[in-house]
Design a protein around this ligand. Structure first.
Ligand SMILES: [Zn+2]
Length: 177
């Protein structure tokens, strides 16, 4: 397993401004092989992969699956559901999140695994990350649950692991450093 961090906060643009204070934020993530995950995480990745087969994606042909682990051990899956009126469709992550809250409103989300198959029908080589809207929805679920949601972004041979939604959404709506 390899651990990484990314520093956000460039100097070149902000040096043109009057600066009261310079700040940086750090994003931690780990890259690991699927077999390095513990059994619970491996199972969640497998459920996300299976969920890609329930996608309704006649327009993008990009099939995404998401699997949530809820407090208490229940798993809930979702997939992207498209529509001819594009804005009416929704992503796999929000399909799973909203279903989970509708069925288990008191259960905190502990982890989410996300996997995708591309237009060739194969799982993507690289992990895919949730879109901006889903990041915001995940952050709210995390706040509601009162504990970090572990992200498992599954590529074909590597999984990116992050401990908390803020790792993919450092400057969230209504929240600034
Ligand atoms: Zn999304």
């Amino acid at each position: 397993m390899q651990n990484f961090f990314v520093l956000l906060g460039g100097q070149s643009m902000i040096t043109q401004l009057r600066i009261m204070e310079n700040k940086q934020t750090v994003i931690h993530f780990a890259l690991c092989a699927p077999e390095e995950l513990d059994e619970s995480d491996r199972k969640l990745v497998e459920l996300a992969r299976q969920a890609t087969h329930t996608a309704y994606a006649p327009y993008s042909h990009f099939c995404v699956g998401a699997a949530l682990l809820l407090e208490g051990g229940t798993c809930v899956c979702g997939s992207n559901q498209e529509n001819a009126a594009f804005g009416a469709g929704t992503c796999a992550e929000r399909t799973a999140l909203f279903y989970a809250h509708a069925q288990y409103p008191d259960a905190a989300v502990k982890a989410i695994a996300i996997a995708a198959r591309g237009t060739d029908g194969e799982f993507t080589q690289q992990p895919i990350a949730p879109c901006g809207v889903c990041r915001q929805a995940l952050l709210e679920a995390q706040k509601r649950g009162g504990q970090p949601i572990r992200l498992l972004l599954a590529g074909r041979t590597t999984v990116t692991v992050m401990e908390g939604v803020e790792c993919v959404l450092p400057f969230a709506f209504e929240e600034i450093v």
